[in-house]
Ligand binder design. Sequence first.
Ligand code: CP
Ligand code: NVA
Length: 310
Amino acid sequence: MKALKHCLSLLDFETDDLKKLINLAKAIKADPSAYSDVLKGKSIATLYEKQSLRTRVTFDVGINKLGGHAVYLDQSNGQLGSRESVKDFATNLSQWVDAIVARVNAHETLDEFKLFSKVPVINSLSDWYHPCQALADTLTLSEYYSDLSECTLSYIGDGNNVAHSLLNAGALVGFNVNVITPVGREVNAKVLSFAKSVAEVKGIEINTGNDLELLNSTDVIYTDTWVSMGDDTPLTQVKAEFMDYQVNETLMQTYNIKHFMHCQPVHRGFEATDEVCDGEGSLMLPQANNRLWAQCALLVYLMAPEYLTV
Ligand code: CP
Ligand code: NVA
């Protein structure tokens, strides 16, 4: 019997698997109709403890494109772990569906799902990681930079779930990553040290700090909200702390940065200005588009690996 595979973070993959996944995403994007029966007869539960636009729609549409059926679950029928335990929820659910995609408040909920589920579990955002986003971002980068090892992405802002997954992606796939945060908003030390150890072997640079000078030699600047879902601090309250790290036209020009990325939703006038979001170098929409294709590839990889030939 084949081992059950999950995607709780990109650390669930080897470098080769991720490269194959990105190639598969490109192949599906180029000719979706060639993959239209891959998930025929399969049902996938997509569960949300938090809000979503991009993830919800791209999983639903992507599953449909692959010939499968998405079952949307929100919290209106009882909060996870409250009406019944996560274990009971997972064991019931995994009898009926062929995979579970879950956006959760606490990453530990996914660990429990993984423990009790008989089908693949995909993290569609937790407080720790956002692997589906980083996969789509890697696909996007690879469309603009033919040699990713020559590309330097600088993440600026809050050292959050998105930053963690970008560190994983850079280390595993092989692009250079800087993470620049205000003091006290750094990425998790364990996530960083693992990424550094993986990157070092490949000759990939991973650097972190609080100083904007780290932006020198940046090709792509990436930012995210200063206040993630689940944190109810008003954005205006953190403004003073983060404002020096705003991505605006002056910053782009000072450091001669070509491309801008953001996972969205974006808070215009806070982490990035309209000028940058709507500017020529903005990759926000290609990133959002690529969520669809990267997630299709992920579903194929976990549920129908025989198609992973590209
Ligand atoms: N980037 C992203 O995950 O967007 P949503 O929160 O709208 O799904
Ligand atoms: N860091 C953000 C990402 C949203 C897609 C959050 O967790 O809310």
